[in-house]
Design a protein around this ligand. Structure first.
Ligand code: EPZ
Length: 417
């Protein structure tokens, strides 16, 4: 089991490139199921979750070839097994994103229920209800979603909660449905827009992506396309926080501030100086920062995937911060680990009160989920002495070569086996 060993106290300096977005890549890979023509994706991040999704698609009969450094060509012309088995789905919930495309393309699907995960129960009831509104017959038996539909038909769908992958699943299913589908209370995340842009390049008729009402006029069939995956806004935010909390000065290339306004605003409130360019962001800061209170909510509000990283920032900031998590019911597990480094955090329900302390001291800690791992890396970079982070397979799901990139910025960090 790999671990990360970090010697804290180095202000990050220099520049790195941000990879393609995990949460855009995963639905985009599933979009290949909608056509028998080749879908060419570039700027694909090399992540465990992407490899898991590719293995899942290949066992369905999808042909995958690598082209240049980080490009893929997927061809689902040979799709012959519209199934997502439990042993593959249990390691990655986003496998549920195959349900809509399989149903739309083949008229049937057998997809394992994802099951919960560390941060919450994470049901898929909204995905299922939406597909049923489009005429799918769906049973849930022995942990599998069994779905069939001669041809999905357009429907007006109101999602009770804003759900990112729910919106994406329904958008992909509606692309080949008979008639117009309108999704109300849709997720507005940039990754939803990236998927809509790719679907339209494939010949779909999606409008309103990025707003809370998306309409999709179904077409008979979709063609292939070439699509460059957008930059990862959460990787971007994570590196910005790491640079700010260590009092560093960095330039992040291949990304943009336009996709994470709420995070940029909070970092400015904390005292960081940030300049956004078309294809890069520069940040400089002096430690300690000012504590910043925040409340997570669907885009464009403050993203839940950045809550843990900001908790690390607040642990060593001036003053106290109130942090409220409104999306997931159990997304404060990193607090327990931060306390081992000397943090002062009180949890009550879905709110954490963080009091800044003069310094954190290195210790052995354990990653519990993807963004909690990132939080512990940030804390290790600023703690005095050595921090050893265990179970970093969580980290490898969502961050490409994180220790190489941080070393490029001067961090003393290495992977130990
Ligand atoms: C996506 O997950 C992201 N994953 C998550 O990123 C992110 O944290 C989340 O959106 C919120 O922004 C991908 O895009 C692959 P939701 P998703 O459906 O779609 C409830 C990371 O770290 N809900 O938007 O699964 C749900 O329980 C990951 O990269 C239902 O009740 O999240 C949650 O409370 C973690 N029923 C809320 O809605 C449903 O059918 C929002 O969840 C669907 C969701």
């Amino acid at each position: 089991m790999d671990k990360l060993l970090i010697e804290g106290g180095v202000p990050l300096a220099g520049e790195v490139s941000i990879s393609g977005a995990k949460n855009a890549a995963l639905p985009l890979l599933c979009a290949a199921l909608l056509t028998e023509k080749p879908l060419h994706l570039s700027n694909v991040p090399h992540l465990n979750d992407v490899s898991t999704m590719l293995r899942l698609l290949v066992q369905m009969g999808v042909d995958v070839t690598l082209d240049e450094k980080n490009g893929l060509v997927l061809n689902a012309g040979g799709l012959n097994k519209p199934e997502a088995p439990y042993d593959m789905v249990k390691t990655m919930r986003a496998s549920i994103l195959t349900l809509g495309p399989l149903l739309a393309r083949t008229g049937q699907a057998r997809v394992s229920l994802p099951g919960g995960c560390a941060i919450g129960a994470r049901p898929v009831d909204i995905h299922i209800r939406g597909l049923q509104a489009m005429g799918a017959e769906i049973r849930v038996e022995h942990g599998y979603v069994l779905a069939k539909a001669k041809r999905l038909r357009g429907a007006k769908i109101f999602t009770d909660l804003v759900t990112v992958t729910g919106t994406e699943n329904l958008m992909m299913a509606a692309a080949l449905a008979d008639g117009v589908t309108v999704i109300e209370n849709a997720a507005r995340e940039p990754e939803v827009m990236d998927l809509a842009n790719c679907l339209n390049a494939m010949g779909a008729k999606v409008s309103g992506a990025g707003t809370d009402t998306i309409s999709i006029e179904g077409v008979e069939r979709l063609s292939g396309a070439q699509h460059r995956i957008m930059a990862d806004r959460i990787e971007t935010g994570t590196f910005l926080v790491a640079a700010a909390v260590t009092g560093g000065r960095v330039r992040l290339n291949g990304t943009t501030g336009a996709i994470l306004d709420a995070v940029v605003e909070k970092l400015r409130e904390a005292g960081a100086r940030i300049e956004c360019f078309d294809d890069a962001i520069e940040l400089s800061a002096e430690a300690p920062l000012n504590a910043v209170s925040l409340r997570t909510a669907p885009y464009p509000a403050f993203p839940t995937d950045m809550q843990a990283q900001f908790m690390a920032l607040n642990c060593v900031a001036h003053g106290s911060a109130m942090m409220t998590e409104t999306i997931f019911e159990n997304r404060f597990m990193h607090a327990q680990e931060l306390r081992r480094l000397g943090a002062d955090i009180e949890i009550s329900g879905n709110t954490a009160m963080v009091k800044g302390v003069p310094r954190l001291d290195g210790a052995t800690v354990m990653a519990t989920d993807l963004r909690a791992s990132a939080c512990l890396v940030v804390a290790g970079l600023v703690a005095r002495g050595e921090t050893l982070i265990d179970r970093i397979y969580h980290l490898d799901r969502g961050y490409e070569h994180i220790e190489e990139k941080l070393s490029q910025l001067g961090a003393r960090i290495r992977r130990v086996h």
